[in-house]
Design a protein around this ligand. Structure first.
Ligand code: C5P
Length: 308
């Protein structure tokens, strides 16, 4: 009889402990939800869990210029020092006004929200893509961002064939497919004027891209990447690193390919033989940028494919 009673007691204590644990576990999960731990509609989201990381991502200015969002004077003054320009802030603003007479005034980008699940591949131009067989892994993503002279023809097996966004500046421009978004990485007002000129009706021949799919990076976003992410190291961010940080606003799951210098420390490319063996990483803090990508990969915030 006594043995039976103690068994019932044990069972009741077990039941109460279980109920308490279940209750606290449930409310803890709910409170995580309130802190915004589910930031997208995917199974796992880029900014899940890590409050500090989320804060850094959320403090960015608008990544793209638009009719309703302008670069501040402070941002403009930082940008103006990057490359020589004789144009002042009012010329910059007038040029931006003219941009949106031709290109979509509001860029077609949906910010992070609980209903969105966008997977992205950011594809740098590193020679480590050769022999990687990453093609299918890249093409499976909703968004594939490429840059500068990065091309796919003849390299599909290793770099994929899909390009939804292509980032370049005038000196690294190339003709894009009609369905690919041109993302301009401008260093000076003259670069914006270059873009306008490329789409003037009097310009003969094929357009370099579909004018309805043109997007222009905000100089203020470039300043943010340099100051917050790169802690002012190097002269300014590389196109690849800009593309990578930009992907944090467009994507909920990020895979990174094609980043990493060769064994001599040069940013050699998969599509050409390196001629200048003193190239290094140009004016960019290459190893610092690489270190950040590597670290985010280690923290499982992104998938980093190191190549071969
Ligand atoms: O050389 P390019 O700027 O066209 O390459 C695009 C981007 O890919 C670079 O800005 C850099 O971020 C990245 N890259 C790299 N390692 C290389 C070549 C390029 O990380 N070997």
């Amino acid at each position: 009889m006594l043995q039976g009673l103690s068994k019932i007691k044990m069972f009741l204590s077990f039941l109460s402990i279980f109920t308490i644990c279940f209750f606290f576990g449930y409310t803890w999960n709910i409170s995580l939800d309130h802190q915004g731990s589910r930031n997208c509609g995917c199974h796992t989201c880029l900014t899940d869990g890590d409050l500090r990381f989320r804060q850094i991502v959320n403090t960015a200015p608008n990544p793209f210029l638009s009719k309703t969002h302008r670069t501040t004077l402070e941002e403009y003054n930082w940008w103006k020092k990057l490359q020589y320009s004789s144009y002042d802030n009012s010329m910059f603003n007038a040029t931006v006004d003219n941009l949106f007479k031709i290109f979509p005034p509001i860029p077609d980008v949906e910010g992070p929200n609980p209903g969105r699940c966008v997977s992205c591949a950011v594809v740098g131009n590193s020679g480590n893509l050769l022999r990687s067989h990453y093609g299918p892994l890249i093409d499976v993503n909703d968004v594939v961002i490429r840059m500068n002279h990065g091309r796919t023809k003849g390299f599909e097996e290793h770099v994929g064939a899909k390009t939804t966004h292509h980032i370049f500046y005038p000196e690294s421009a190339n003709r894009l497919e009609n369905t690919t978004r041109l993302v301009l990485f401008a260093f000076k007002t003259k670069d914006l004027l270059w873009l306008i000129n490329k789409f003037k009706p009097r310009v003969k021949g094929e357009r370099i891209a579909n004018k309805d799919l043109v997007m222009i990076l905000n100089p203020g976003f470039m300043k943010y990447v340099h100051q917050i992410w790169l802690e002012k190291k190097g002269k300014y961010p590389s196109t690849g690193f800009m593309a990578f940080i930009l992907s944090m606003y467009m994507c909920d799951q990020i895979s990174v390919f094609g980043f990493g210098a060769d064994s001599e420390g040069n940013w050699s490319h998969y599509y050409e033989i390196l001629r200048n063996h003193k190239l290094r990483t140009g004016p960019h803090p290459g190893s610092h940028e690489y270190g950040i990508i590597q670290q985010l990969g280690r923290e499982n915030k992104i998938h980093f494919y190191k190549g071969y």
